[in-house]
Design a protein around this ligand. Structure first.
Ligand SMILES: *Cc1c(COP(=O)(O)O)cnc(C)c1O
Length: 382
């Protein structure tokens, strides 16, 4: 080896070492700081203050629904929705097996049982064909989770819910702005739930929201979020409620984020197109899809490896890590983990859970980083 090449290689290693591309990064600008400072200066830092109704108004307008109930996080939003639907001990709620565990946990928080359904091999979302097989006399609701930013097949799922008189709840934590047949997710079911955690499409640090077009459900959620405090008689409570309120500080960030949400989504879609362009000819990689009539907001850019790739998912993750590239595996199946352990077969879920990996993609990801990531993957694939 010539000494010049040696030096070059050494330099490349140092650069790779100092480089770190996170899988996701929040996008916080001047407006967020200004709004938070305004809260601090005004001392309206708890769950009263002008930013909360403003954030609810902006977000519901964006989703095309009537009511928004901001919450402390996405998990409390889901729990609030199920409580409002009256889900209780002895009830069953149908949910996808491949999801973030909060979707399942909130069912248990109501002392009800989640019933798991396998996923669609293309979108990784709940497979509508499998839902009806799981409906029993105890079933009260279906939870559709729009995974990684791709909407579920809402027409089919709504028909099933209607036919069996079930509540429909949408977990939209990963899909702000995603559309099915021109309509935004969260507006199909009885209640749609969002998260504004730091890695979501918009963030409030921690935060969540329930949205609905049903005034009665909205009112119930407002009560339950605030200790079920009477609106006429202060400190009078007819029922056991919760403190699931969002703070003005969180909403202040949210209001600023809402001004940029369409830009954030456009950037994630651009990232996905760039990845697709660079990775489409690599053997053994299945790219994410955008089904006809759907708008995928690509919260995560998830690829699926098969035997032809020549390396396991975990090996790829560790090789990428050596080159300063962060990634994250798809979720473990709920039925593989102790709280929900079951020996039933979920063949689609098993494959994607084992072989799926999400690559860095957020509104902060640079085009040059995506090029570097794809080049690195292509070299490893050889
Ligand atoms: C993030 C997420 C949640 C929970 O939201 P938190 O704000 O973290 O409580 C629920 N469901 C899904 C699918 C998520 O991705």
């Amino acid at each position: 080896m010539k000494s010049g090449t040696k030096v070059k290689n050494k330099m490349a290693k140092i650069i790779a070492k100092s480089r770190f591309i996170p899988v996701s990064e929040p996008n916080i600008g001047r407006e967020e700081k200004k709004n938070v400072l305004e809260c601090l200066n005004s001392t309206w830092i708890s769950s009263l203050g002008k930013f909360i109704p403003e954030f609810e108004k902006e977000f519901t307008k964006f989703c095309g629904v009537k009511h928004g109930i901001a919450t402390s996080n996405g998990t409390t939003a889901l729990h609030l929705a199920l409580l409002t639907m009256g889900i209780k001990e002895g009830d069953e709620v149908i949910i996808p097996n491949h999801t973030f565990i909060a979707s399942a946990n909130v069912v248990r928080h109501c002392r009800a049982e989640p019933v798991f359904v396998d996923c669609d091999p293309e979108t990784y979302n709940i497979d509508p064909k499998e839902i009806e097989k799981r409906i029993t006399k105890k079933t009260k609701a279906i939870m559709a989770v729009h995974l990684f930013g791709h909407p579920c097949e809402m027409d089919k799922i709504m028909n099933i819910a209607k036919k069996h008189k079930l509540f429909l709840i949408e977990d939209c934590a990963q899909a702000h702005g995603a559309e099915f047949k021109g309509k935004k997710v969260g507006s199909f079911g009885d209640i749609g739930c969002f998260s504004f955690y730091g890695n979501k499409i918009i963030t409030t640090g921690e935060g969540g929201m329930c949205i609905t077009n049903n005034r009665k459900l909205a009112e119930k959620m407002q009560y339950l979020r605030d200790h079920h405090m009477s609106k006429r008689k202060r400190f009078w409570h007819d029922e056991v409620g919760y403190n699931y309120r969002m703070t003005n500080l969180q909403a202040a960030i949210g209001v600023a984020q809402m001004k940029k949400i369409n830009k954030f989504i456009a950037k994630r879609r651009k990232n996905a197109a760039l990845y697709n362009k660079h990775l489409k000819n690599v053997k053994g990689i299945r790219l994410p899809v955008e089904k006809k009539g759907c708008k995928n907001v690509y919260w995560a850019y998830g690829i699926l490896l098969d035997k032809n790739f020549g390396m396991s998912r975990d090996k790829l993750a560790s090789e990428l890590r050596k080159k300063g590239i962060d990634s994250r595996p798809f979720f473990y199946l709920m039925t593989d983990m102790p709280p929900y352990k079951s020996n039933e077969k979920f063949s689609v879920g098993k494959d994607i859970s084992r072989n799926g990996i999400c690559l860095p993609s957020s509104s902060m990801t640079k085009e040059s980083d995506i090029k570097y990531i794809c080049d690195t993957i292509k070299k490893l694939a050889k």
